[in-house]
Design a protein around this ligand. Sequence first.
Ligand code: ADP
Ligand code: ADP
Length: 230
Amino acid sequence: MIKIENLWKIYGNDKIKVEALKGISLEVEKGEFVAIMGPSGSGKSTFMNILGCLDRPTRGSFILDNVEVEKLKDTDLAVIRNKKLGFVFQSFNLLPRISAFKNVELPMIYANVPLKERSKRAIAALEKVGLKDRIHHKPNELSGGQRQRVAIARALVNNPSVILADEPTGNLDSKSSEEIMDIFKSLNDEGVTIVLVTHEIEVAKKAKRIITFRDGEIIEDTKNMGTGDE
Ligand code: ADP
Ligand code: ADP
């Protein structure tokens, strides 16, 4: 599903150069649940921005569902972002003035999904994350964990190939963190592919595979043999 080969990202100009990614290669199969760890400055955000089609590599190839992403025009990248990727952020990034339902509906409006279908899918997604009784609440009427659940529902509604989550538990207390990870885990059990960045080992342990970055390179890539429930 994701195939990355010899990916480089170099920031800067002739005078100052930062090699943020130094020839990363990796494959992620459909149905995997991957946690990315590594110290600050190791290239995690740069990597996620490329995976998320927000930024382009300096060189190397990135194939998503048989599409050579690095060759696409910006307008096509925007289409991929909406159709094939679901995003979950540390700061939730919900629109504050509209309900949970409307927040979840939004990506489907951009994807031209008909009204009736939008409504059905938004409710089903909110139900999936355990928020059926909160669909008309606005973000400020919800707890942090509930807001993140709305964000996960929003990430799901267009049936993305992969969900990309950048420190999704970074703003949550430990109980809400665990609830969020349990939701990711049950989505993954249903076949949703997930790649998430975290610096908390307890969070990473819920994933089935842990990849560690250092200085723009992958220094470790291990399958998590446990159940993820410990
Ligand atoms: P992480 O997410 O692991 O903290 P980043 O991907 O943010 O790492 O950063 C990797 C390296 O690239 C760091 O040395 C950082 O300073 C540098 N970097 C990140 N973004 C930029 C940018 N827009 N311009 C220049 N350097 C950058
Ligand atoms: P965090 O919540 O982890 O601090 P941010 O919210 O700053 O992360 O978002 C990370 C990156 O994603 C930024 O480059 C930002 O511009 C981009 N971004 C944030 N929100 C959206 C969104 N709704 N759609 C697309 N890109 C977004």
